[in-house]
Structures are given as structure tokens and as C-alpha cells.
Design a protein around this ligand. Sequence first.
Ligand SMILES: [Zn+2]
Ligand SMILES: [Zn+2]
Length: 214
Amino acid sequence: MTRPKIMIIPVTPFQQNCSLVWNEDTRIGAVVDPGGDVDVIRKAIDQAQVTVEKILLTHGHIDHAGGGAELRDQLKVAIEGPHEKDAFLLKDLPKSGAQYGYQARAFTPDRWLKEGDKVTVGTLEFDILECPGHTPGSVVLFNNAHRFCFMGDVLFQGSVGRTDFPYGDHEALITAIRDKLLPLGDDVAFLPGHGPASTIGEERRGNPFLTGVS
Ligand SMILES: [Zn+2]
Ligand SMILES: [Zn+2]
């Protein structure tokens, strides 16, 4: 089984890890969390010579979803995710964009995701794990065959997602990490929405927010 390729494309003033993931044999792939800078994302897709068949979203925050509508229009592909509980954030994208000085359009995804759903990208398959707390509709995309996740803003190297929003819930976030992410196994690698990649094992052992949790 050829390992999938992942190209990280930092986008928006938040340097969000937008990703292009694809199968090198078929060159079919997906864009995960196109928060903005759609021209930059398009260049990366061209450079990698990948056919993008869908857009995947981990949650509704502007730095992850802000470019979704525009990229969908340009590529004529479907948007899958996040969970429907983030609908209010997608509706508010124009307002959040204005706050940070860039344009973002509101949209409804072609498919909402929920616990237990499966998402395919060519021959790649991802299990959907609902991990609320950072936002109510945050999901993690887990590829069991190659043992890695697209994490969104749930868990970071040495940190966890911020929950100081009116809709944030730190306890729910820690519960989701404990009950859904730690059991995936220490060998599972993940790419968070910001900063460097890590593994579940590294965070289980060294993440100060998870001390005494497992
Ligand atoms: Zn976020
Ligand atoms: Zn983010």
C-alpha cells in the first residue's frame, strides 16, 4: 500500500495547516480545511498535479473554512464536513472574515459528517470521530490503514484547542481526546490545524493538558 502524500499549505493570517492529501498512484486527492488564500491552494494543487475530488472540513472556523465556498466553485467538487453543529459558524463566515480583513462567503456543505461516518478520497478511507469542545461540530478524520489523522484544532503538539469562546467546552474537549483519540493508539500520527505534526503517544506522555487524563 503506497503511503498517501500530504502537502501542507499554510493559509490565512493564522498560518493554518491547509492540506492537500492524495494517493500517488492515482493522483486523486482532497483539500482539507481551505481557510483562505485560494489562489495559493490552487497553485499547490497544480504543482502537485493532483485531481481534487472533494473538500473536507474539520470545523467551521474562518481559518479552516473561509475559502470553502470559493474553492468549491472553482473546482466544482463537493464539501464534506464538519458536523452540522458548526452550521452557525459557516453562516457567520462573512462576518468573521471582515473582522480579520478578508472576504469569506457563507455556505452549506454538501454533506454533514457524524460519528461513525466514513469519508473516501479515491482509495483512501477516513473514519469520522466527533470531538466537540473547541467548536460544537469539530470532527477528526482518521485513516486507519496508514495510521494518521487530520486533527483540526482539537489536539496540538503540547497543547489542546482553545475553548474560550461562548460555545467552547474544555471538559467536553478533554473527554473527547480521552475517549476517542487516545484509544486510537500511540503510533497514530496527526497533523493539527496549526504548528507541527505529532503522534498520539507523544501527546499522551508529554502534553501538559493530558496529565492524569488517561
Ligand atoms: Zn478552530
Ligand atoms: Zn484554527
